[in-house]
Design a protein around this ligand. Structure first.
Ligand code: KIV
Length: 272
């Protein structure tokens, strides 16, 4: 298998499947606004996820549950306007698809129509089959999400690793096969044992993107604000920080404040 990176004019769901076939790992990051999405896209990320993690990192909620469909569409539109190459996938937020498949389709259509996104993602397995089928039949590409599904946090009661027990692992494998069977173009596996994630990636033909799921999968996703080190508090084992923006931004803002108070900003060259 070749691991050489090929260039795709615009990443599509088909190019992701081709990447898996070619053994090329898929890079995915979240974004929620135009400015950061422009940087993420320009740096060559394959997939931008407008995650409902916006509820946490943008709005400051404790969970992903409060974010609304209108708010997701607002974030998604900003990201779509920035993305020249990346495939833009948008989370269906909590409460917009679980009631029935008709509501799920309506929510997915609103995202596609009002934001210009390329695909949607939703959490869950067997219980969401009807909704998945209905959305897919309308021609909307769907990505699944199994393992730790944050919209079910009050059912789990904890953000700990999922599917460590045999029964839950078997259900997760069955759900991943179902996602492939109905026609999803990929699946996110969140916080499950690496060996199980690898087994799933080997068992299905669609790309498996991991977050806290080890290296044996077809690609990786992280929350942008986490990997940029915007916060010092969130430190799960799977998170690698590629920058320390918490320190950089704090120092820059403190220096600006100091300069303003001292009358050092603006100087003679910074005025008209
Ligand atoms: O909302 C999100 O950011 C996600 C990722 C953690 C996969 O779903």
């Amino acid at each position: 298998m070749s691991t050489a990176k090929k260039s795709y004019a615009r990443v599509t769901t088909n190019s992701l499947i081709k990447m898996k076939q070619d053994g090329e790992k898929i890079s995915m990051l979240t974004s929620y606004d135009f400015t950061l999405a422009s940087l993420v896209d320009g740096a060559g990320i394959d997939v931008i996820l407008v995650g409902d993690s916006a509820s946490n990192v943008i709005a400051g909620h404790e969970t992903t549950l409060p974010i609304t469909l209108d708010q997701m569409i607002y974030h998604a539109g900003s990201v779509v306007r920035a993305a020249k190459r990346a495939l833009v996938v948008v989370d269906l937020p909590f409460g917009t698809y679980q009631a029935d498949s008709k509501e799920a389709l309506k929510s997915a259509i609103r995202i596609m129509k009002e934001s210009g996104a390329h695909a949607v993602k939703l959490e869950g397995g067997a219980s969401e089959r009807q909704s998945l089928e209905r959305i897919l039949q309308a021609g909307i590409p769907v990505m699944g999400h199994l393992g730790l599904t944050p919209q079910s946090i009050y059912k789990f009661g904890t953000y700990t690793v999922r599917a460590k027990e045999e029964a839950e692992a078997a259900q997760l494998i069955a759900d991943a096969k179902m996602l492939e069977e109905v026609g999803c173009f990929g699946v996110v596996l969140e916080k499950i044992p690496a060996a199980l994630a690898q087994k799933v990636a080997e068992a299905i033909s669609i790309p498996v993107i991991g977050i806290g799921a080890g290296q044996g999968v077809d690609g990786q996703v992280l929350v942008l604000h986490d990997m940029l080190g915007m916060s010092k508090e969130f430190s799960p084992r799977f998170l690698r920080r590629y920058a320390d923006l918490h320190t950089t931004i704090t120092q820059a803002v403190a220096q600006y404040s100091k300069d303003v108070k001292a009358g050092d900003f603006p100087n003679a060259n910074e005025q008209y």
